[in-house]
Design a protein around this ligand. Sequence first.
Ligand code: NDP
Ligand code: GDR
Length: 373
Amino acid sequence: MQVVVNPVLAKMDFGSPEEYRKRKVALISGISGQDGSYLCEFLLEKGYTVHGIIRRSSSFNIGRLEHLYRDQHDSPTRMILHYGDLTDGTNLAHIIANVQPTEMYNLGAQSHVKVSFEMSEYTGDVDGLGTLRILDAIRTAGLENHVRFYQASTSELYGKVLETPQSETTPFYPRSPYGVAKLYAFWITVNYREAYGMYACNGILFNHESPRRGRTFVTRKISRAVAEIATGATECLYLGNLDAKRDWGHARDYIEGMWLMLQQEQADDFVLATGETHPVREFVERAFQVVGMTIRWEGKDDKEVGICIETGKTIVRVDERYYRPTEVDLLHGNPTKAQNLLGWKRKIDFPALVEEMVKADLQMISNPGVNHN
Ligand code: NDP
Ligand code: GDR
């Protein structure tokens, strides 16, 4: 028996999925973010036409894409930006119907875990329901058998530590409004794959960083502060939980993994991780080492400080304001499935990541014309 779930959906003839895919047209939500900007570069190099959804802002908010952006009136470009928002289903439906993407990467999100405790309803709307709106827009356009869909799922789904290392079979137990919203997005992606035969994948990505990381995420906050302290622009770095452990990789490596997920015969869900975990305090220590400063820790909990052995100055302090109501203590991923089935492996290791981020911030400070984001 065939169940017709929504008989009013458009039924245009887009040709066979194989013919359709040869067009190589990508659509990225969140193109102005860290991952979106790297993915855009990557896909342009692979010969795709790349469409991106950006939010209207009173200030210029595509700094990470500036080097790729060309005014379409002056010279033709393969990067095309559309105003839109994951809270606006009609707008998403128009964009998808007009662009007719062969691959859709849903990277747009209110992506800050701490902020999600303050903006929980908004985070649920954008990160959870926003995913549903895109999937429905694909169906409404009649493209459910033609578009390959990538959902930016996250290691925050694991939340409370139930087992390590965490893999595709580890149970989820999210610990923030962000994690819970992403849990909805994960399952609606699986559901549309099973219900409508859509090629829809979840990439369960562990933390990945770069010089383009937003400045309020811990790695970039550290690299920026280290560069400022080393150049005398500021004196002290204030942080929250120094003992949280993360599996940190480089964003460039993870972008390739997203693309690989959409090039397989069958849609599936994959963990991308390095397989290593490091505490926040180790990131701090390594970052200061890049500028020749060594840290000695003193005190406990919120009274803990980091003292520079070379100068005797206190350069790190704990500030309770950065603690979270519920914390994810340990993330440590197992990327074996992605290694075996996608042939994916991270190339940039932890020391190289820290060094690149600190050096990029030093360069930005000494040459304000250099803009990473
Ligand atoms: P960023 O915060 O750097 O980028 C988020 C992007 O989403 C920005 O382009 C932002 O636009 C856009 N956005 C925010 N709200 C909306 C909205 N309402 N409608 C449309 N677009 C919106 O995140 P990352 O690049 O680091 O991450 C990309 C995705 O991957 C996110 O979904 C994130 O949750 C997920 N993820 C990230 C990981 C990481 O370690 N980086 C790990 C696992 C998952 P604007 O520039 O205007 O703010
Ligand atoms: P996370 O990244 O919450 O893992 O989410 P973040 O860098 O914000 O925090 C990592 C860990 O560092 C601790 N921490 C601090 N964090 C921030 N932001 N600022 C501080 O001052 C600070 N001090 C200590 C945090 O408590 C936490 O334990 C990121 C985002 O990119 C998500 O979108 C993504 O899904 C996950 O990574 C995987």
